[in-house]
Design a protein around this ligand. Structure first.
Ligand code: PEP
Ligand code: MG
Length: 576
Protein backbone atom coordinates (compact mmCIF):
# COMPACT_ATOMS: atom_id res chain seq x y z
CA UNK A 1 0.00 0.00 0.00
CA UNK A 2 1.37 3.40 -0.94
CA UNK A 3 1.77 6.11 1.72
CA UNK A 4 3.69 9.33 2.30
CA UNK A 5 5.44 10.40 5.46
CA UNK A 6 7.25 13.62 6.44
CA UNK A 7 10.46 14.01 8.42
CA UNK A 8 13.39 16.37 8.77
CA UNK A 9 15.18 16.98 5.49
CA UNK A 10 18.92 16.73 6.14
CA UNK A 11 20.54 16.10 2.79
CA UNK A 12 19.16 17.46 -0.46
CA UNK A 13 18.30 15.62 -3.63
CA UNK A 14 15.97 12.88 -4.80
CA UNK A 15 16.65 9.18 -4.37
CA UNK A 16 14.63 6.29 -5.74
CA UNK A 17 15.50 2.81 -4.56
CA UNK A 18 14.60 -0.32 -2.64
CA UNK A 19 14.47 -0.42 1.15
CA UNK A 20 17.06 -2.31 3.11
CA UNK A 21 16.12 -2.51 6.78
CA UNK A 22 19.02 -2.26 9.16
CA UNK A 23 18.58 -3.80 12.56
CA UNK A 24 21.34 -2.08 14.46
CA UNK A 25 23.45 0.83 13.34
CA UNK A 26 26.75 -0.98 13.68
CA UNK A 27 25.61 -4.26 12.31
CA UNK A 28 24.37 -3.26 8.97
CA UNK A 29 24.29 -6.60 7.20
CA UNK A 30 22.59 -8.01 4.15
CA UNK A 31 19.57 -10.21 4.82
CA UNK A 32 18.93 -12.91 2.25
CA UNK A 33 17.99 -16.56 1.95
CA UNK A 34 20.60 -18.98 0.69
CA UNK A 35 19.64 -21.68 -1.80
CA UNK A 36 19.02 -25.14 -0.31
CA UNK A 37 22.12 -26.52 -2.05
CA UNK A 38 24.31 -23.79 -0.47
CA UNK A 39 23.23 -24.29 3.15
CA UNK A 40 26.19 -26.49 4.06
CA UNK A 41 28.61 -23.95 2.51
CA UNK A 42 26.98 -21.17 4.49
CA UNK A 43 27.39 -23.09 7.77
CA UNK A 44 31.06 -23.67 6.87
CA UNK A 45 31.43 -19.97 6.17
CA UNK A 46 30.13 -19.18 9.65
CA UNK A 47 32.45 -21.75 11.25
CA UNK A 48 35.47 -20.33 9.40
CA UNK A 49 34.62 -16.81 10.51
CA UNK A 50 34.25 -17.93 14.12
CA UNK A 51 37.62 -19.71 13.94
CA UNK A 52 39.24 -16.58 12.46
CA UNK A 53 37.85 -14.43 15.29
CA UNK A 54 39.08 -16.96 17.84
CA UNK A 55 42.60 -16.62 16.37
CA UNK A 56 42.27 -12.83 16.28
CA UNK A 57 41.32 -12.72 19.96
CA UNK A 58 44.18 -15.06 20.83
CA UNK A 59 46.63 -12.74 19.05
CA UNK A 60 45.13 -9.72 20.81
CA UNK A 61 45.69 -11.40 24.15
CA UNK A 62 49.33 -12.06 23.32
CA UNK A 63 49.93 -8.44 22.27
CA UNK A 64 48.17 -7.19 25.39
CA UNK A 65 50.33 -9.43 27.57
CA UNK A 66 53.31 -7.22 26.78
CA UNK A 67 51.50 -3.92 27.43
CA UNK A 68 50.48 -2.08 30.59
CA UNK A 69 46.79 -2.72 29.82
CA UNK A 70 47.37 -6.45 30.25
CA UNK A 71 44.81 -7.18 32.97
CA UNK A 72 41.89 -5.25 31.49
CA UNK A 73 42.35 -6.38 27.90
CA UNK A 74 43.02 -9.98 28.95
CA UNK A 75 39.77 -10.15 30.91
CA UNK A 76 37.78 -8.64 28.08
CA UNK A 77 39.29 -11.03 25.51
CA UNK A 78 38.58 -14.03 27.77
CA UNK A 79 34.97 -12.96 28.09
CA UNK A 80 34.58 -12.70 24.32
CA UNK A 81 36.18 -16.13 23.85
CA UNK A 82 33.71 -17.64 26.31
CA UNK A 83 30.81 -16.06 24.45
CA UNK A 84 32.12 -17.39 21.17
CA UNK A 85 32.07 -20.90 22.60
CA UNK A 86 28.58 -20.55 24.06
CA UNK A 87 26.05 -22.76 22.21
CA UNK A 88 23.42 -20.05 22.69
CA UNK A 89 25.29 -17.88 20.23
CA UNK A 90 27.04 -19.77 17.44
CA UNK A 91 25.09 -23.07 17.61
CA UNK A 92 21.82 -21.19 17.55
CA UNK A 93 22.96 -19.14 14.53
CA UNK A 94 23.96 -22.37 12.78
CA UNK A 95 20.43 -23.71 13.34
CA UNK A 96 18.96 -20.54 11.83
CA UNK A 97 21.02 -21.13 8.69
CA UNK A 98 20.04 -24.79 8.48
CA UNK A 99 16.36 -24.44 9.30
CA UNK A 100 15.47 -21.03 7.89
CA UNK A 101 18.18 -20.71 5.21
CA UNK A 102 19.26 -17.28 6.57
CA UNK A 103 22.64 -16.02 5.41
CA UNK A 104 25.33 -16.30 8.12
CA UNK A 105 25.51 -12.55 8.94
CA UNK A 106 21.76 -12.32 9.34
CA UNK A 107 21.68 -15.45 11.51
CA UNK A 108 24.36 -14.04 13.86
CA UNK A 109 22.63 -10.67 14.16
CA UNK A 110 19.23 -12.27 14.84
CA UNK A 111 20.71 -14.42 17.58
CA UNK A 112 22.55 -11.43 19.02
CA UNK A 113 19.33 -9.42 19.19
CA UNK A 114 17.63 -12.30 20.95
CA UNK A 115 20.44 -12.50 23.56
CA UNK A 116 20.62 -8.72 24.01
CA UNK A 117 16.87 -8.66 24.72
CA UNK A 118 17.43 -11.31 27.41
CA UNK A 119 20.33 -9.37 28.95
CA UNK A 120 18.12 -6.30 29.15
CA UNK A 121 15.73 -8.15 31.48
CA UNK A 122 18.50 -8.85 34.01
CA UNK A 123 18.29 -6.81 37.22
CA UNK A 124 21.97 -6.90 38.08
CA UNK A 125 23.44 -3.86 36.30
CA UNK A 126 26.90 -5.41 35.85
CA UNK A 127 25.46 -8.46 34.08
CA UNK A 128 23.05 -6.28 32.10
CA UNK A 129 25.96 -4.31 30.71
CA UNK A 130 27.59 -7.52 29.42
CA UNK A 131 25.28 -7.21 26.43
CA UNK A 132 27.90 -4.84 25.00
CA UNK A 133 30.35 -7.77 24.90
CA UNK A 134 27.88 -9.94 22.98
CA UNK A 135 27.45 -7.12 20.47
CA UNK A 136 31.21 -6.67 20.11
CA UNK A 137 31.95 -10.33 19.56
CA UNK A 138 29.17 -10.58 16.96
CA UNK A 139 30.59 -7.51 15.24
CA UNK A 140 33.92 -9.25 14.95
CA UNK A 141 32.33 -12.34 13.38
CA UNK A 142 30.25 -10.23 10.99
CA UNK A 143 33.33 -8.28 9.91
CA UNK A 144 35.11 -11.52 9.17
CA UNK A 145 32.09 -12.82 7.21
CA UNK A 146 31.89 -9.65 5.15
CA UNK A 147 35.51 -10.19 4.17
CA UNK A 148 34.58 -13.66 2.85
CA UNK A 149 31.31 -13.32 0.96
CA UNK A 150 29.29 -16.43 0.23
CA UNK A 151 26.68 -17.16 -2.45
CA UNK A 152 25.01 -13.76 -2.68
CA UNK A 153 21.54 -13.41 -4.20
CA UNK A 154 21.60 -12.19 -7.83
CA UNK A 155 22.08 -8.43 -8.28
CA UNK A 156 19.07 -6.29 -9.15
CA UNK A 157 18.65 -5.56 -12.80
CA UNK A 158 16.54 -2.39 -12.45
CA UNK A 159 19.60 -0.19 -11.74
CA UNK A 160 17.99 1.30 -8.60
CA UNK A 161 20.14 1.85 -5.53
CA UNK A 162 19.57 0.77 -1.95
CA UNK A 163 17.78 2.96 0.57
CA UNK A 164 18.93 2.24 4.09
CA UNK A 165 16.10 2.32 6.64
CA UNK A 166 17.29 2.32 10.24
CA UNK A 167 16.21 3.34 13.70
CA UNK A 168 19.45 5.32 13.95
CA UNK A 169 22.78 5.47 12.16
CA UNK A 170 26.12 6.51 13.55
CA UNK A 171 28.38 8.89 11.59
CA UNK A 172 30.80 5.96 11.17
CA UNK A 173 28.09 3.83 9.51
CA UNK A 174 27.24 6.67 7.18
CA UNK A 175 30.82 7.22 6.09
CA UNK A 176 30.89 3.50 5.25
CA UNK A 177 28.19 4.14 2.60
CA UNK A 178 30.85 5.77 0.44
CA UNK A 179 31.88 2.47 -1.12
CA UNK A 180 28.45 0.84 -1.40
CA UNK A 181 25.81 1.78 -3.88
CA UNK A 182 23.64 3.55 -1.29
CA UNK A 183 21.08 5.88 -2.85
CA UNK A 184 19.76 7.43 0.35
CA UNK A 185 18.80 6.78 3.95
CA UNK A 186 15.94 7.21 6.40
CA UNK A 187 16.08 7.07 10.18
CA UNK A 188 13.59 7.21 13.05
CA UNK A 189 15.68 9.64 15.08
CA UNK A 190 18.34 12.31 14.51
CA UNK A 191 18.62 16.02 13.81
CA UNK A 192 19.81 18.11 10.83
CA UNK A 193 23.17 19.05 12.34
CA UNK A 194 23.97 15.64 13.78
CA UNK A 195 27.22 14.29 12.36
CA UNK A 196 25.30 11.54 10.56
CA UNK A 197 23.43 14.23 8.62
CA UNK A 198 26.65 16.16 7.98
CA UNK A 199 28.31 13.09 6.47
CA UNK A 200 25.26 12.49 4.26
CA UNK A 201 25.62 16.00 2.87
CA UNK A 202 29.33 15.52 2.19
CA UNK A 203 28.58 12.31 0.32
CA UNK A 204 25.62 14.00 -1.42
CA UNK A 205 23.26 11.17 -0.38
CA UNK A 206 19.62 12.34 0.01
CA UNK A 207 18.42 11.67 3.56
CA UNK A 208 15.44 12.28 5.83
CA UNK A 209 15.63 11.76 9.61
CA UNK A 210 13.29 12.11 12.61
CA UNK A 211 10.66 9.85 10.96
CA UNK A 212 9.83 8.15 14.30
CA UNK A 213 8.47 4.79 13.07
CA UNK A 214 9.81 4.35 9.58
CA UNK A 215 11.72 1.21 10.58
CA UNK A 216 8.39 -0.43 11.52
CA UNK A 217 6.34 0.90 8.62
CA UNK A 218 8.56 -0.14 5.74
CA UNK A 219 9.18 -3.65 4.51
CA UNK A 220 12.43 -5.05 3.18
CA UNK A 221 12.79 -4.37 -0.54
CA UNK A 222 9.85 -1.97 -0.82
CA UNK A 223 10.23 0.77 -3.41
CA UNK A 224 10.88 4.18 -1.82
CA UNK A 225 11.26 7.76 -3.03
CA UNK A 226 13.14 10.24 -0.85
CA UNK A 227 12.85 13.97 -1.40
CA UNK A 228 15.75 15.12 0.77
CA UNK A 229 15.01 18.79 0.14
CA UNK A 230 11.44 18.78 1.43
CA UNK A 231 11.73 15.86 3.87
CA UNK A 232 9.12 13.77 2.02
CA UNK A 233 9.24 9.97 1.85
CA UNK A 234 6.91 8.05 -0.45
CA UNK A 235 6.66 4.34 0.18
CA UNK A 236 5.50 1.98 -2.57
CA UNK A 237 4.71 4.75 -5.10
CA UNK A 238 2.85 4.01 -8.33
CA UNK A 239 4.60 4.28 -11.70
CA UNK A 240 3.26 7.83 -12.43
CA UNK A 241 4.76 9.19 -9.18
CA UNK A 242 8.10 7.46 -9.84
CA UNK A 243 8.15 9.07 -13.30
CA UNK A 244 7.41 12.50 -11.82
CA UNK A 245 10.28 12.19 -9.36
CA UNK A 246 12.63 10.93 -12.07
CA UNK A 247 11.83 14.15 -13.93
CA UNK A 248 12.46 16.28 -10.83
CA UNK A 249 15.74 14.49 -10.27
CA UNK A 250 16.85 15.31 -13.84
CA UNK A 251 15.90 18.97 -13.30
CA UNK A 252 18.07 19.07 -10.17
CA UNK A 253 20.95 17.48 -12.06
CA UNK A 254 20.57 20.12 -14.78
CA UNK A 255 20.67 22.87 -12.17
CA UNK A 256 23.84 21.35 -10.71
CA UNK A 257 25.53 21.08 -14.05
CA UNK A 258 24.71 24.77 -14.76
CA UNK A 259 26.43 25.70 -11.51
CA UNK A 260 29.56 23.91 -12.75
CA UNK A 261 30.05 26.81 -15.17
CA UNK A 262 31.06 28.92 -12.14
CA UNK A 263 33.90 26.56 -11.20
CA UNK A 264 36.70 28.82 -12.42
CA UNK A 265 35.05 32.18 -11.73
CA UNK A 266 36.90 34.02 -8.93
CA UNK A 267 34.71 34.32 -5.89
CA UNK A 268 34.07 37.97 -5.11
CA UNK A 269 31.10 40.21 -4.49
CA UNK A 270 29.60 42.72 -6.93
CA UNK A 271 31.68 45.45 -5.28
CA UNK A 272 34.89 43.45 -5.62
CA UNK A 273 35.36 42.00 -2.12
CA UNK A 274 37.26 38.71 -2.43
CA UNK A 275 35.80 35.86 -0.40
CA UNK A 276 37.52 32.53 0.28
CA UNK A 277 35.30 29.47 -0.28
CA UNK A 278 36.80 26.52 1.55
CA UNK A 279 35.76 22.88 1.89
CA UNK A 280 34.79 20.76 4.89
CA UNK A 281 36.03 17.21 4.45
CA UNK A 282 36.09 13.93 6.36
CA UNK A 283 39.08 12.30 4.70
CA UNK A 284 41.35 12.03 1.66
CA UNK A 285 38.43 10.46 -0.27
CA UNK A 286 36.80 13.91 -0.45
CA UNK A 287 39.62 15.44 -2.50
CA UNK A 288 37.73 14.69 -5.73
CA UNK A 289 34.80 16.82 -4.50
CA UNK A 290 37.19 19.68 -3.66
CA UNK A 291 38.62 19.52 -7.17
CA UNK A 292 35.15 19.41 -8.73
CA UNK A 293 34.19 22.60 -6.90
CA UNK A 294 37.66 24.19 -7.20
CA UNK A 295 37.48 25.26 -3.54
CA UNK A 296 40.16 27.67 -2.26
CA UNK A 297 41.40 25.15 0.28
CA UNK A 298 40.17 23.10 3.22
CA UNK A 299 38.58 25.04 6.08
CA UNK A 300 37.77 21.97 8.20
CA UNK A 301 39.16 18.45 7.99
CA UNK A 302 37.25 16.40 10.57
CA UNK A 303 40.04 13.96 11.45
CA UNK A 304 38.00 11.99 13.97
CA UNK A 305 36.54 10.01 11.07
CA UNK A 306 39.92 8.32 10.74
CA UNK A 307 39.43 6.98 14.26
CA UNK A 308 35.82 5.85 14.06
CA UNK A 309 34.26 2.51 13.14
CA UNK A 310 37.37 0.52 14.07
CA UNK A 311 38.73 -1.07 17.20
CA UNK A 312 42.36 -0.08 16.83
CA UNK A 313 43.68 3.45 16.65
CA UNK A 314 45.37 4.79 13.53
CA UNK A 315 49.11 5.03 14.20
CA UNK A 316 51.38 7.97 13.41
CA UNK A 317 52.31 6.71 9.92
CA UNK A 318 48.74 6.00 8.88
CA UNK A 319 47.64 9.44 10.00
CA UNK A 320 50.65 11.08 8.38
CA UNK A 321 49.71 9.47 5.04
CA UNK A 322 46.09 10.65 5.30
CA UNK A 323 47.10 14.26 6.06
CA UNK A 324 49.91 14.32 3.54
CA UNK A 325 47.61 13.06 0.76
CA UNK A 326 45.29 16.00 1.26
CA UNK A 327 48.10 18.56 1.62
CA UNK A 328 49.78 17.34 -1.55
CA UNK A 329 46.52 17.23 -3.50
CA UNK A 330 45.75 20.82 -2.53
CA UNK A 331 49.14 21.92 -3.88
CA UNK A 332 49.87 24.89 -1.65
CA UNK A 333 46.29 25.94 -0.86
CA UNK A 334 45.57 26.17 2.88
CA UNK A 335 44.48 22.94 4.55
CA UNK A 336 42.96 23.40 7.99
CA UNK A 337 43.15 20.14 9.89
CA UNK A 338 41.19 19.94 13.11
CA UNK A 339 42.62 17.77 15.85
CA UNK A 340 40.22 14.92 16.54
CA UNK A 341 36.84 15.94 17.91
CA UNK A 342 35.91 12.63 19.51
CA UNK A 343 32.98 12.37 21.91
CA UNK A 344 29.27 13.29 21.91
CA UNK A 345 27.79 11.62 18.79
CA UNK A 346 31.24 10.59 17.54
CA UNK A 347 32.26 7.85 19.94
CA UNK A 348 35.15 5.52 19.28
CA UNK A 349 34.45 1.80 19.26
CA UNK A 350 37.15 0.99 21.78
CA UNK A 351 36.68 -1.43 24.65
CA UNK A 352 36.23 -0.09 28.17
CA UNK A 353 35.11 3.36 27.17
CA UNK A 354 33.77 5.52 29.92
CA UNK A 355 30.00 5.90 29.83
CA UNK A 356 29.31 9.65 29.53
CA UNK A 357 26.41 10.89 31.66
CA UNK A 358 25.91 13.81 29.27
CA UNK A 359 28.02 13.27 26.16
CA UNK A 360 27.67 16.74 24.59
CA UNK A 361 28.90 18.35 27.82
CA UNK A 362 31.49 15.75 28.74
CA UNK A 363 34.91 14.65 27.52
CA UNK A 364 34.72 15.84 23.96
CA UNK A 365 37.10 17.46 21.43
CA UNK A 366 40.12 19.18 23.05
CA UNK A 367 39.00 17.91 26.47
CA UNK A 368 39.22 14.32 25.22
CA UNK A 369 42.59 15.00 23.51
CA UNK A 370 44.11 16.38 26.70
CA UNK A 371 42.75 13.45 28.69
CA UNK A 372 44.43 11.04 26.21
CA UNK A 373 47.86 12.69 25.77
CA UNK A 374 49.41 9.70 23.97
CA UNK A 375 46.73 9.73 21.30
CA UNK A 376 47.01 13.49 20.98
CA UNK A 377 50.80 13.41 20.76
CA UNK A 378 50.62 10.80 17.96
CA UNK A 379 48.26 13.02 16.00
CA UNK A 380 50.35 16.16 16.51
CA UNK A 381 53.48 14.34 15.33
CA UNK A 382 51.68 13.06 12.23
CA UNK A 383 50.36 16.55 11.49
CA UNK A 384 53.71 18.26 11.88
CA UNK A 385 55.43 15.67 9.70
CA UNK A 386 52.77 16.25 7.03
CA UNK A 387 53.31 20.03 7.25
CA UNK A 388 56.36 19.66 4.98
CA UNK A 389 54.01 18.86 2.07
CA UNK A 390 51.74 21.89 1.88
CA UNK A 391 50.18 24.78 3.77
CA UNK A 392 49.01 23.20 7.00
CA UNK A 393 46.89 25.00 9.57
CA UNK A 394 46.16 23.12 12.81
CA UNK A 395 42.81 23.84 14.45
CA UNK A 396 41.80 23.04 18.04
CA UNK A 397 38.09 22.26 18.58
CA UNK A 398 35.73 23.37 21.33
CA UNK A 399 38.09 25.51 23.37
CA UNK A 400 36.44 27.09 26.38
CA UNK A 401 39.38 27.71 28.73
CA UNK A 402 42.64 29.36 27.85
CA UNK A 403 44.54 26.66 29.74
CA UNK A 404 43.31 24.08 27.22
CA UNK A 405 44.78 26.11 24.42
CA UNK A 406 48.04 26.66 26.31
CA UNK A 407 48.40 22.94 26.98
CA UNK A 408 47.73 22.15 23.32
CA UNK A 409 50.30 24.77 22.23
CA UNK A 410 52.87 23.29 24.61
CA UNK A 411 52.24 19.80 23.24
CA UNK A 412 52.62 21.08 19.68
CA UNK A 413 55.94 22.72 20.60
CA UNK A 414 57.16 19.52 22.26
CA UNK A 415 56.18 17.38 19.27
CA UNK A 416 58.02 19.82 16.99
CA UNK A 417 61.22 19.64 19.10
CA UNK A 418 61.06 15.85 19.17
CA UNK A 419 60.62 15.58 15.41
CA UNK A 420 63.41 18.04 14.69
CA UNK A 421 65.72 16.08 17.00
CA UNK A 422 64.78 12.97 14.99
CA UNK A 423 65.69 14.91 11.80
CA UNK A 424 62.18 14.99 10.32
CA UNK A 425 61.31 17.70 7.85
CA UNK A 426 58.70 20.18 9.17
CA UNK A 427 57.35 23.43 7.64
CA UNK A 428 58.92 26.56 9.16
CA UNK A 429 55.52 28.01 9.82
CA UNK A 430 52.35 26.15 10.78
CA UNK A 431 49.43 28.40 11.69
CA UNK A 432 47.45 27.39 14.78
CA UNK A 433 43.81 28.31 15.22
CA UNK A 434 40.90 27.73 17.58
CA UNK A 435 37.27 26.87 16.98
CA UNK A 436 34.71 29.13 18.57
CA UNK A 437 31.93 26.73 19.49
CA UNK A 438 30.90 27.60 23.03
CA UNK A 439 29.44 30.95 24.12
CA UNK A 440 32.21 31.39 26.71
CA UNK A 441 34.81 31.50 23.93
CA UNK A 442 32.73 33.79 21.72
CA UNK A 443 32.33 36.27 24.58
CA UNK A 444 36.07 36.34 25.41
CA UNK A 445 37.80 36.56 22.04
CA UNK A 446 40.58 38.64 23.62
CA UNK A 447 41.97 35.50 25.28
CA UNK A 448 42.87 34.05 21.88
CA UNK A 449 45.01 37.04 20.87
CA UNK A 450 48.72 36.22 20.57
CA UNK A 451 47.95 32.55 21.13
CA UNK A 452 46.46 31.72 17.73
CA UNK A 453 46.40 33.33 14.31
CA UNK A 454 42.93 32.30 13.15
CA UNK A 455 39.48 31.51 14.51
CA UNK A 456 36.76 29.38 13.01
CA UNK A 457 33.15 29.60 14.13
CA UNK A 458 31.63 26.15 14.58
CA UNK A 459 28.07 27.39 14.41
CA UNK A 460 26.56 23.91 14.77
CA UNK A 461 27.91 23.62 18.29
CA UNK A 462 27.70 27.33 19.05
CA UNK A 463 23.93 27.15 18.46
CA UNK A 464 23.66 23.89 20.41
CA UNK A 465 25.46 25.30 23.44
CA UNK A 466 23.90 28.78 23.32
CA UNK A 467 20.34 27.49 23.16
CA UNK A 468 20.92 24.32 25.22
CA UNK A 469 19.60 22.13 22.38
CA UNK A 470 21.09 18.68 21.81
CA UNK A 471 21.77 18.81 18.07
CA UNK A 472 21.10 15.08 17.68
CA UNK A 473 17.71 15.09 19.42
CA UNK A 474 14.76 15.47 17.07
CA UNK A 475 12.44 16.19 20.04
CA UNK A 476 14.01 19.64 20.46
CA UNK A 477 14.99 20.25 16.87
CA UNK A 478 12.33 22.95 16.42
CA UNK A 479 14.23 25.07 18.95
CA UNK A 480 17.52 24.85 17.05
CA UNK A 481 17.61 28.34 15.53
CA UNK A 482 20.58 29.93 13.73
CA UNK A 483 18.66 33.24 13.65
CA UNK A 484 18.12 33.51 17.39
CA UNK A 485 19.21 37.09 18.30
CA UNK A 486 21.67 35.71 20.89
CA UNK A 487 23.31 33.44 18.31
CA UNK A 488 23.64 36.27 15.79
CA UNK A 489 25.20 38.55 18.42
CA UNK A 490 27.81 35.88 19.25
CA UNK A 491 28.65 35.25 15.59
CA UNK A 492 28.97 38.88 14.62
CA UNK A 493 30.81 39.73 17.86
CA UNK A 494 33.37 37.01 17.09
CA UNK A 495 33.88 38.21 13.51
CA UNK A 496 34.34 41.81 14.65
CA UNK A 497 36.54 41.16 17.67
CA UNK A 498 38.67 38.54 15.92
CA UNK A 499 39.28 40.77 12.90
CA UNK A 500 40.05 43.80 15.10
CA UNK A 501 42.62 41.76 17.02
CA UNK A 502 44.35 40.65 13.83
CA UNK A 503 43.06 37.08 13.56
CA UNK A 504 41.36 35.81 10.42
CA UNK A 505 37.85 34.49 11.09
CA UNK A 506 35.90 31.87 9.17
CA UNK A 507 32.61 30.03 9.65
CA UNK A 508 32.79 26.26 9.15
CA UNK A 509 29.42 25.21 10.62
CA UNK A 510 26.44 24.33 8.43
CA UNK A 511 25.36 27.99 8.22
CA UNK A 512 28.28 28.73 5.89
CA UNK A 513 26.94 26.34 3.25
CA UNK A 514 23.30 27.46 3.50
CA UNK A 515 22.42 30.03 0.80
CA UNK A 516 19.75 31.52 3.12
CA UNK A 517 22.50 32.91 5.36
CA UNK A 518 25.17 33.92 2.82
CA UNK A 519 24.23 37.61 2.66
CA UNK A 520 23.78 37.82 6.42
CA UNK A 521 27.27 36.45 7.13
CA UNK A 522 28.80 38.54 4.36
CA UNK A 523 27.19 41.68 5.80
CA UNK A 524 28.68 40.82 9.22
CA UNK A 525 32.10 41.09 7.57
CA UNK A 526 32.86 37.39 7.05
CA UNK A 527 35.51 36.72 4.39
CA UNK A 528 36.02 32.94 4.72
CA UNK A 529 33.19 30.44 4.34
CA UNK A 530 33.88 26.71 4.79
CA UNK A 531 31.28 24.13 3.75
CA UNK A 532 30.61 20.77 2.09
CA UNK A 533 32.37 20.86 -1.26
CA UNK A 534 29.02 20.13 -2.94
CA UNK A 535 27.69 23.53 -1.72
CA UNK A 536 30.62 25.69 -2.84
CA UNK A 537 29.28 26.65 -6.26
CA UNK A 538 25.81 27.52 -4.99
CA UNK A 539 27.32 29.84 -2.36
CA UNK A 540 29.62 31.34 -4.98
CA UNK A 541 26.57 32.13 -7.09
CA UNK A 542 25.04 33.98 -4.12
CA UNK A 543 28.22 35.98 -3.50
CA UNK A 544 28.61 36.99 -7.14
CA UNK A 545 25.22 38.73 -6.92
CA UNK A 546 25.72 40.33 -3.50
CA UNK A 547 27.00 43.82 -2.71
CA UNK A 548 28.92 44.00 0.56
CA UNK A 549 28.80 47.80 0.94
CA UNK A 550 25.03 47.75 0.59
CA UNK A 551 24.56 44.74 2.89
CA UNK A 552 26.81 45.83 5.80
CA UNK A 553 24.57 48.65 7.15
CA UNK A 554 21.42 46.56 6.63
CA UNK A 555 22.93 43.71 8.65
CA UNK A 556 23.93 46.11 11.43
CA UNK A 557 20.26 47.15 11.69
CA UNK A 558 19.20 43.47 11.80
CA UNK A 559 21.62 42.82 14.64
CA UNK A 560 19.89 45.49 16.72
CA UNK A 561 16.48 43.82 16.29
CA UNK A 562 15.13 42.00 19.33
CA UNK A 563 11.85 40.70 17.91
CA UNK A 564 12.59 37.28 16.33
CA UNK A 565 9.80 37.38 13.73
CA UNK A 566 10.88 40.82 12.42
CA UNK A 567 14.50 39.74 12.45
CA UNK A 568 13.76 36.60 10.44
CA UNK A 569 11.76 38.55 7.89
CA UNK A 570 14.59 41.07 7.50
CA UNK A 571 17.12 38.27 6.94
CA UNK A 572 14.90 36.68 4.29
CA UNK A 573 14.61 40.07 2.56
CA UNK A 574 18.42 40.25 2.29
CA UNK A 575 18.25 37.43 -0.22
CA UNK A 576 16.06 39.47 -2.61
C1 PEP B 1 30.49 22.99 14.28
O1 PEP B 1 30.26 22.68 15.45
O2 PEP B 1 29.89 23.90 13.68
C2 PEP B 1 31.53 22.27 13.52
C3 PEP B 1 31.90 22.68 12.34
O3 PEP B 1 32.06 21.15 14.08
P1 PEP B 1 31.25 19.76 14.11
O4 PEP B 1 30.02 19.92 13.27
O5 PEP B 1 32.15 18.72 13.59
O6 PEP B 1 30.95 19.62 15.56
MG1 MG C 1 31.69 21.39 16.43
Amino acid sequence: MSFTIHGLPVSQGIAIGHAHLVSRALLEVNHYHVAERHVADEVRRLDDAVAAVRDELGALKLTAASSHAHGEVGAFVDLQLIMLADPLLVDAARTLIQERRCNAEWAMVQQMEHLVAQFEQIEDSYLRERKADVVQVVERVVKSLIGHPGHLPPKRRDGLGTIIVAHDLSPADTIGFRDHNIAGFLTDIGGPTSHTAIVARTLAIPAVVGLHRIRELVEENELIIIDGTLGIVIVDPDEAIVEEYRLRRSELELKRSRLKLLRDTPSSTLDGRAIALLANIEGPGDVTHIRAANADGVGLYRTEFLFMGREDLPGEDEQFEAYRTVLKALAGRPVTIRTFDVGADKMLSMPNQREEPNPALGLRAIRFSLAEPQMFRTQLRALLRASAYGQLRIMIPMVSHVQELDQALTMIALARDELLAERHRIADRVEIGAMIEVPAAALAIGMFKKRVSFLSLGTNDLIQYTLAIDRTDDAVVHLYDPLHPAVLKLISGTIQAGTRLGMSVSVCGEMAGDPNYTRLLLGMGLREFSMHPTNVLEIKQQLLHADYSELAPRVQRILRMEEPARLREAVMRLAN
